[in-house]
Design a protein around this ligand. Sequence first.
Ligand code: PBG
Length: 324
Amino acid sequence: MRFPEVRARRLRKSKEIREMVRETRLCVKDFVYPLFVKEGIHMPVDVESMPGVQQLPLKDLVKQAKKAYSSGIPAVILFGIPSHKDEMGTEAYSEKGIIAQAIKAVKDAVPELVVIADACFCEYTSHGHCGVVDKEGRLLNEPTRELLKKEAYVYAEAGADVIAPSGMIDGMVSAIREALDGEGYEDVAIMSYSAKYASSFYGPFRDAAESSPQFGNRKTYQMDIANSREAIKEVMLDIEEGADIVMVKPALPYLDVIKEVSSRFPYIPLAAYNVSGEYAMVKAAGKLGYIDEDAVMMEMLTSIKRAGADIIITYFALDAARLL
Ligand code: PBG
């Protein structure tokens, strides 16, 4: 034993002293709350694989957004489910589309709430891929980028504060930046899903967003689950292209990546997406009584922040806000 004897336990002896030396503090301001708006429904529809999450008609979306804001949550990210899908995902960038209406309705009702518009096509295309595909089913980069420009413009015009391209299309950030600046939307920020993995944790989201690919998978555009150096490259490129916020997604199975990105790029805000599968597992095990759901939720969210995320996108936002 060394002298003086090392006693780490001194700083653990009471709740107060533990709080004093706590290194990571979760705060409701860390959260972004994802919401799903669906065209053509009149009542909220439960998403079976995501207890507590619903597809919402426009008026309930606005209600949820107000609730989030009054709980102290600073931002929502919106996903739209159109009643009509086609090859080109036209409803994603139609000025009258459900998502454009939703952005406008939320901004009108709660102007202070930060509205992030997810910019992708998988919820809007009949094939369920994140852009334009050719006859062989390959996702085409350049045509998709062109559509992304339109989409970003329509969302900015509807009032979005932040555009969040999630398709892992090469050059998506610079294309969107160019489109926004060209239309006078220099103030609209870009949060890029920079390191988005081809993860199996997205299953429940695809139920909620009705966005499962009808053939194949997303492995030709989303990242291989085994790579972390490649994440550094993706983030670096997005920063060069003008991203204001970068993201790692999912969060828990990729805490090492969050850590690495946050230490290599400390000057740019880093978001982590605590995705649907991570949420569903906790809800399911909680329901079965296998775990203490609230405690596990707080531990998970704290771990994401401890790893280096500045922003946590999470379906737990309202639940966690209640406990903070
Ligand atoms: C794709 C997109 C996905 C999620 C958000 N946007 C994933 C996908 O289907 O590939 C997943 C979010 C989650 O699982 O919570 N546009």
